[in-house]
Design a protein around this ligand. Sequence first.
Ligand SMILES: *[C@@H]1O[C@H](CO)[C@@H](O)[C@H](O)[C@H]1NC(C)=O
Ligand SMILES: *[C@@H]1O[C@H](CO)[C@@H](O)[C@H](O)[C@H]1NC(C)=O
Ligand SMILES: *[C@@H]1O[C@H](CO)[C@@H](O)[C@H](O)[C@H]1NC(C)=O
Ligand SMILES: *[C@@H]1O[C@H](CO)[C@@H](O)[C@H](O)[C@H]1NC(C)=O
Ligand SMILES: *[C@@H]1O[C@H](CO)[C@@H](O)[C@H](O)[C@H]1NC(C)=O
Ligand SMILES: *[C@@H]1O[C@H](CO)[C@@H](O)[C@H](O)[C@H]1NC(C)=O
Ligand SMILES: *[C@@H]1O[C@H](CO)[C@@H](O)[C@H](O)[C@H]1NC(C)=O
Ligand SMILES: *[C@@H]1O[C@H](CO)[C@@H](O)[C@H](O)[C@H]1NC(C)=O
Ligand SMILES: *[C@@H]1O[C@H](CO)[C@@H](O)[C@H](O)[C@H]1NC(C)=O
Ligand SMILES: *[C@@H]1O[C@H](CO)[C@@H](O)[C@H](O)[C@H]1NC(C)=O
Length: 500
Amino acid sequence: MAVLLLLFLSAVSLVSAAEDAFVGVNLGTDLSDMPSPTEVVALLKAQNIRHIRLYDADRAMLLALADTGIQVTVSVPNDQLLGIGQSNATAANWITRNVIAHVPATNITAIAVGSEVLTALPNAAPVLVSALKFIHSALVASNLDRQIKVSTPHSSSIILDSFPPSQAFFNRSWDKVMVPVLKFLQSTDSYLMLNVYPYYDYMQSNGVIPLDYALFRPLPPNKEAVDANTLLHYTNVFDAIVDAAYFAMSYLNITNIPIVVTESGWPSKGDSAEPDATLDNANTYNSNLIRHVLNNTGTPKHPGIAVSTYIYELYNEDLRPGSVSEKNWGLFDANGLPIYILHLTGAGTVLANDTTNQTFCVAKEGSDRKMLQAALDWACGPGKVDCSPMLQGQPCYEPDNVVTHATYAFNAYFQKMAKSPGTCDFKGVATITTTDPSHGPCIFPGSAGRNGTFDNSTSLAPSSNSTATSGCLSLFFHSGGSFTSSVIVGFLLLSAVLFL
Ligand SMILES: *[C@@H]1O[C@H](CO)[C@@H](O)[C@H](O)[C@H]1NC(C)=O
Ligand SMILES: *[C@@H]1O[C@H](CO)[C@@H](O)[C@H](O)[C@H]1NC(C)=O
Ligand SMILES: *[C@@H]1O[C@H](CO)[C@@H](O)[C@H](O)[C@H]1NC(C)=O
Ligand SMILES: *[C@@H]1O[C@H](CO)[C@@H](O)[C@H](O)[C@H]1NC(C)=O
Ligand SMILES: *[C@@H]1O[C@H](CO)[C@@H](O)[C@H](O)[C@H]1NC(C)=O
Ligand SMILES: *[C@@H]1O[C@H](CO)[C@@H](O)[C@H](O)[C@H]1NC(C)=O
Ligand SMILES: *[C@@H]1O[C@H](CO)[C@@H](O)[C@H](O)[C@H]1NC(C)=O
Ligand SMILES: *[C@@H]1O[C@H](CO)[C@@H](O)[C@H](O)[C@H]1NC(C)=O
Ligand SMILES: *[C@@H]1O[C@H](CO)[C@@H](O)[C@H](O)[C@H]1NC(C)=O
Ligand SMILES: *[C@@H]1O[C@H](CO)[C@@H](O)[C@H](O)[C@H]1NC(C)=O
């Protein structure tokens, strides 16, 4: 116990808050009508997504990302890992073709070497460390090693005994790989890449993990999970897994490696065996995850330390094999339309117009000015719209013309009427648009992301339907899993005995 506490205390001081956390997205490409690289980039820009992870280093995609300022993590696919891990020259060629050819126009900031190699491709594990080193030395040779980090994403299933997080450790079968991997990350100032899937932990727990705990919804205090060794309170599965990774590293006496979550998400649709893969749950999980990450909340072990996270994933991938849920992790369909509208008001501008499915009512181009004036007068009169922002000296006075004033009034009426059908017509001089007509200091009603009127984030409210199990000591284990993660998580409820 004393040793654990000592490790814990020393760890706190060593991981430092370098910068703000970001939210990025993963780009899977198993779609029958995969959008073109230009379309992908247009969606990223429209949604203000500034960080993307590719599962390869696709040339057309990297060219499309040039001069966008979007930060890109490229990947060495697992099927190229053996070659790279066995040959310094192959690694150098890979860097020349896939990195040097694109920087600085394309802002490549990290290279993910393989994907969940220990669990997905254990045969390649013996060359993982040399692959990391060869890739890194090729970057050093080009003087790119400071701006481009090298790491390798792990499944969180390599962490055993994750609850209480303070007792977690990496599966010792992999010590021969994990220890040098961590030493590499430490000596190159890189970070641990971890895939975190509370969905699978929840699914595999057979009801022991409350759904609310997986979805970041508040739990009643007596249902919160508490780590008996550290007395830290865990309010969500995501934090517990990330802290388990910190503790597993400190168990190996490595305490200064930050964590970036390379994948996390929740499926919006599933088959009959996946009843919790729903639009509502996916929306709640991803909305709460984004808020949690962007708030720089950190974890109980390292409060305020950024845990930047890439959401899995940008598009639904209809061609992915497996259960229905496998095809439904995306935020958007192939047309770039949102699968669901995230509850993000106040979370910043990332995924900005995904947050609202914003529609506005505006004056139709080329409308008769007299009809516009009449409609404006009606809206500000019998229509009971608050037209005071358009008075001289107020934010929506400029530009002072009937088209922009009518637009303000039409939209205010439309929003006031909860956008119900027929409330954006005004005898044919009004029309609905998705483009926010706010300008300068004039923020239109219904415009979210700036001064959200859409703060209907019920997702953070306590659920009236907690699936929590009884409040007695409940320590559990589970494993296995069809996708990427088969985490072993146990958790301990507060009403349990505090010291084991
Ligand atoms: C998001 O907003 C931008 C600018 O307001 C717009 O061009 C784009 O079409 C919108 N995207 C979606 C998916 O609505
Ligand atoms: C690339 O991203 C880094 C942040 O990691 C930033 O400091 C740098 O200015 C960006 N470079 C370009 C060319 O946008
Ligand atoms: C690998 O290549 C780099 C140059 O790309 C070189 O600096 C380094 O010494 C080489 N390492 C080995 C083990 O050959
Ligand atoms: C640890 O890893 C080994 C090698 O992959 C695996 O056979 C074993 O099942 C893992 N242990 C647990 C408890 O998952
Ligand atoms: C960690 O450090 C402690 C104390 O210095 C030592 O006893 C222990 O063997 C070390 N563990 C590892 C895995 O290096
Ligand atoms: C944001 O962080 C503050 C402390 O930094 C915390 O009190 C608050 O609960 C956090 N909000 C969310 C939504 O995580
Ligand atoms: C977005 O809004 C339009 C019209 O307001 C509606 O038809 C559509 O279903 C909405 N999309 C989502 C994903 O809610
Ligand atoms: C948001 O609205 C409040 C009051 O409605 C106002 O005081 C504030 O200035 C607005 N903020 C922005 C960024 O427009
Ligand atoms: C927010 O939710 C409440 C209750 O569900 C509803 O009455 C209200 O109209 C919603 N507001 C908006 C802006 O959607
Ligand atoms: C609680 O969940 C059950 C089963 O999922 C459902 O039938 C019931 O309507 C839910 N109640 C509330 C208040 O959501």
